[in-house]
Design a binder for this molecule. Structure first.
Ligand SMILES: C[S@@+](CC[C@H](N)C(=O)[O-])C[C@H]1O[C@@H](n2cnc3c(N)ncnc32)[C@H](O)[C@@H]1O
Length: 259
């Protein structure tokens, strides 16, 4: 699996990603390269009646790229880890599915996103969700504790995707599921795109070629059971749109099982 970090300044990248998603948390109505909020979630297939049951403040800063909770098929009592939980939309929906005897741990590195998800969790009385500061490459969770790891629009942002897939495998019990939505490409992106921290932070520059992405998941000890494209996801700026047309940048959802 290739992870293209050679000419990328990962410290600058982390700052750019944090800066962009701090703004998504604080000022979700700003113009980004991508859409945010409830209209996006509904277009991607999130059931409106489920969205009605979670905090509106979380959905305002939703910045996911696809729906995948149907693939996750969460059951009452399960433990779920949300890698890159942002303002918490998927964590809160997962919390509804697993019920009061289940547990959801959201992990994110951006302070403003964490502050927002924690605040709305308290305001809405979600006692079975816990938001932790951390990196998705080494999430602060106990090995083998999870029945399901979820993630939405985040792994493309990591300069070390192999570490993220390995961390997901480590967090899961044997037979546990990985259910996610993310951005991949049809052809490998050129360095002009991968080294552009702004396109990377917008979920384009870090997108991995789809066969390499699948191989990365399999190499971490998963079997991929479902894979589907999310044609309703689109980028909104001209710059982002040009890159997506040229290199076949696409949103996908998948379900994989830890062997
Ligand atoms: C595109 S947003 C998606 C947020 C959320 N999953 C959603 O659907 O609204 C990406 C999130 O991942 C977080 N993130 C990106 N890279 C990360 C990393 N390496 N470790 C932890 N969090 C990360 C960002 O802070 C941001 O909140």
């Amino acid at each position: 699996m290739t992870t293209r970090t050679r000419a990328l300044d990962t410290t600058e990248l982390e700052q750019r990603v944090k800066g962009m998603y701090a703004e998504v948390a604080l000022q979700p109505d700003h113009d980004f390269h991508f859409e945010t909020g409830r209209a996006l979630a509904e277009r991607l297939g999130y059931p409106p009646e489920d969205l009605d049951r979670i905090p509106a403040g979380a959905i305002d800063s939703f910045a996911g790229v696809g729906y995948f909770l149907d693939l996750a098929d969460l059951a009452f009592g399960e433990t779920v880890i949300d890698l890159g939980s942002g303002s918490g939309t998927d964590s809160f929906l997962a919390a509804l599915h697993v019920g009061p005897h289940g547990r959801v741990v959201g992990v994110d590195m951006t302070e403003e996103q964490l502050a927002k998800s924690r605040r709305v969790a308290v305001e809405a009385g979600f006692g079975n969700v816990d938001f932790r500061v951390g990196y998705i490459e080494a999430p602060p969770v106990e090995p083998g504790c999870a029945d399901c790891v979820i993630s939405n629009g985040v792994i493309n942002l990591s300069p070390d995707k192999a570490a993220v897939f390995a961390a997901a495998a480590r967090a899961l019990r044997p037979g546990g599921r990985l259910a996610l939505a993310d951005i991949v490409t049809a052809s490998q992106l050129p360095e002009g795109v991968t080294c552009d921290a702004s396109l990377w932070a917008a979920c384009i520059g870090g997108a991995m070629q789809r066969d390499h992405y699948r191989e990365g998941i399999q190499a971490a000890g998963f079997e991929i059971e479902r894979w589907r494209e999310n044609p309703r996801y689109r980028f909104v700026s001209d710059r982002a749109d040009n890159a997506t047309q040229k290199y076949g940048v696409k949103s996908i959802s998948l379900l994989a099982r830890r062997l």
